[in-house]
Write a protein that binds this ligand. Structure first.
Ligand code: SAH
Ligand code: SF4
Length: 399
């Protein structure tokens, strides 16, 4: 594992910001995450005439998302006056990278610091990049922590929760692009897919997730195809149809159990929206077809949900829904009460599902050594004091 420290890295050691610097809310808003209409209004606020706002907004959009400008000074096609006016009121800031970890398998995890709310203590979220031979997937967070307490998920144990803004969600994509040097040369795109599978339940932060994904998929910007973006939900039924209608990305459902009794235990939200209602919402998902299937995620827990009888029930349950089944080996975390199913058992389960006609890839755990795998994400904000964090970073520096 390599740990690279950013922003407070210092040749002679480690420099921590003063408490004032640390907790100061940003004085100026970043344009990252503004919708086109908000961008046009921002231009109006610095004196651009209404008739010109759309065209100028288009130009700035291109600088932000196609060219990845990080400084107004780079925007050479924009007049000096306008650049200065914008710089006075706005920034192009992305979330601050506190640490970058690189797994032995090439997976990268960024710990990002975001401003806090009332008490102004900063929050932290994680974002993970998973390179594969034919694609590169960015796993993006939608909340700090999660209000749902799935019993096998590390994120669910984090008490502190807040919704991310659209800018903070788009900001994760920008951080990844900046750090990977993505999009700088023609045809060398490294982030080819985005999954909303980081920290948080995206459908409990609907508007921000929607606005962010519409920016990421905007043709004149990052232009990520909606078919390459997957939103994963633990089953917030009322927002599933909305996601289809207003966002139009691919859907993944964290199913994990084939009967309500077990699902109530694993995914407590099931008490509110039981399996039958959830699957009904899936059947009605706008745009659903054999070419646009729903992915059902199923975490393999030893002796809990990994029997052949479960596989059979799963196939029966999904009958009639264009579906893919994604088997996820359980990723342990400190204090977790489950074990990962045995490999043989996972193969048996997978064979059964495959023979029943479903594509059933077993998701290879990635980045386990840096706790970057599914369900292992949990930012350290609430657990570690600044002193402890400094000690940890100092250790990392001398690794
Ligand atoms: N909150 C959303 C998206 C984030 S979780 C959701 O629950 O769908 C992304 C995926 O990782 C989900 O399918 C989740 O159930 C799964 N997951 C959570 N903890 C895990 C763990 N410890 N091991 C393997 N997968 C896990
Ligand atoms: Fe939240 Fe998803 Fe984890 Fe459940 S699995 S606690 S919904 S992040």
């Amino acid at each position: 594992m390599t740990t690279v420290l950013d922003s407070r890295e210092h040749p002679t050691g480690f420099v921590e910001k003063t408490p004032e610097e640390q907790y100061a809310a940003p004085a100026k808003p970043s344009l990252i995450g503004f919708s086109r209409a908000e961008l046009a209004a921002a231009l109006g606020s610095v004196g651009v005439a209404p008739a010109q706002q759309r065209m100028r907004a288009q130009q700035i959009w291109n600088w932000l998302y196609v060219r990845g400008a990080t400084d107004f000074a780079q925007m050479t096609s924009v007049s000096k006056e306008l650049r200065a006016g914008l710089a006075e009121r706005f920034t192009l800031a992305r979330p601050e990278v506190v640490a970058e970890q690189i797994s032995v398998d090439g997976t990268r995890k960024w710990l990002l610091r975001l401003p806090g709310e009332d008490d102004r203590r900063p929050h932290e979220v994680e974002c993970v990049y998973i390179p594969e031979t034919d694609r590169g997937t960015l796993c993006v967070s939608s909340q700090v922590g999660c209000t749902l307490n799935c019993s096998f998920c590390h994120t669910g144990t984090q008490r502190l929760v807040r919704n991310l803004t659209a800018g903070e969600i788009v900001g994760q994509v920008m951080v990844a692009r900046d750090r990977l040097g993505d999009g700088t040369t023609e045809g060398s795109r490294l982030v080819t897919n985005i999954v909303m599978m980081g920290m948080g339940e995206p459908l409990y932060n609907f508007e921000a997730v929607r606005d962010a994904l519409l920016i990421v998929s905007d043709d004149a910007g990052i232009a990520m195809s909606k078919r390459k973006i997957t939103l994963s939900t633990s089953g917030v039924v009322p927002n599933i149809a909305r996601a289809g209608a207003e966002i139009g990305v691919m859907l993944a459902i964290s199913l994990h159990a084939v009967n309500d009794e077990l699902r109530n235990e694993l995914v407590p939200l099931n008490r509110k929206y039981p399996i039958a209602e959830l699957l009904e919402a899936c059947r009605n998902y706008p745009g659903l077809s054999n070419a646009r299937r729903i992915t059902f995620e199923y975490v393999m827990l030893k002796g809990v949900n990994d029997q052949l009888a479960d596989a059979k029930a799963l196939v029966k349950l999904l009958k009639g829904i264009p579906a893919k089944i994604n088997l996820i080996p359980f990723n342990p975390w400190p204090g977790s009460r489950y074990e990962c199913a045995d490999w043989e058992q996972i193969e048996k389960f997978s064979d059964y599902v495959f023979n029943a006609g479903y594509s059933s890839p077993v998701r290879t755990p990635r980045g386990r050594d840096i706790l970057a795998a599914c369900g292992q994400l949990k930012s350290a904000t609430e657990k570690l004091s600044i002193r402890e964090r400094m000690a940890l970073r100092a250790m990392a520096l001398t690794d």
